[in-house]
Design a protein around this ligand. Structure first.
Ligand code: ZN
Ligand code: ZN
Length: 185
């Protein structure tokens, strides 16, 4: 699993972005959205998962991923912001500084919030930071034909259009072959 910025310990916003991408891909892009996989996914992004996810929690995560997907899929900045603000408006937030062995960092969900609310708050705020700092154009759906995966590009380089190097390479080869075929007919 690719983390956006594994080095920034206190940057909960980056964990939120990575979690949002991984969750949306697991649920809406033909990934594995079983409760075991989603639980492992959250653990890998440093969420404290105390017990195996219940069916209800798994369903809530899937619904949340479906709600987040349009934030990536919307091509207009205004529309992406509107979608994000709408879904974010339904998430209980109570920002506070916490230090549980990681150094002081911001938590966005209310103290004592359950896992699902923590995931909602973190992922929504993460995406909000990407839009505010980089623009909604940095959130997208992979351009490769047949790939439904989303990405968040917070790099400084030119804007990314593909979810992974694999998809970029495949698309480059396909475009090359198409040009060759066009030239030979
Ligand atoms: Zn924390
Ligand atoms: Zn892709």
């Amino acid at each position: 699993m690719v983390r956006t910025s594994p080095t920034e310990v206190s940057g909960y916003r980056n964990d939120g972005v990575g979690t949002a991408v991984a969750l949306v891909n697991a649920v809406t892009a033909g990934g594995d959205s079983s409760s075991e996989t989603l639980g492992a996914l959250l653990t890998s992004y440093n969420f404290k998962v105390d017990a195996p996810l219940t069916g209800e929690e798994t369903e809530a995560l899937r619904r949340w991923a479906e709600l987040l997907r349009p934030v990536f899929a919307e091509t207009g900045q205004e529309q992406a912001i509107e979608v994000l603000n709408t879904v974010m408006g339904a998430v209980p937030m109570h920002p506070h500084v916490s230090d549980h062995g990681l150094g002081p960092h911001l938590h966005y969900a209310p103290p004592g919030a359950g896992l699902i609310d923590r995931v909602r708050a973190n992922t929504a705020v993460g995406l909000a930071f990407v839009i505010c700092e980089h623009g909604a154009g940095r959130l997208g759906v992979c351009l490769d034909t047949g790939c439904e995966r989303v990405y968040a590009d917070v790099s400084r380089g030119p804007r990314r259009r593909y979810c992974s190097k694999t998809c970029l390479n495949r698309a480059t080869v396909a475009a090359f072959r198409a040009r060759q075929a066009a030239a030979s007919t």
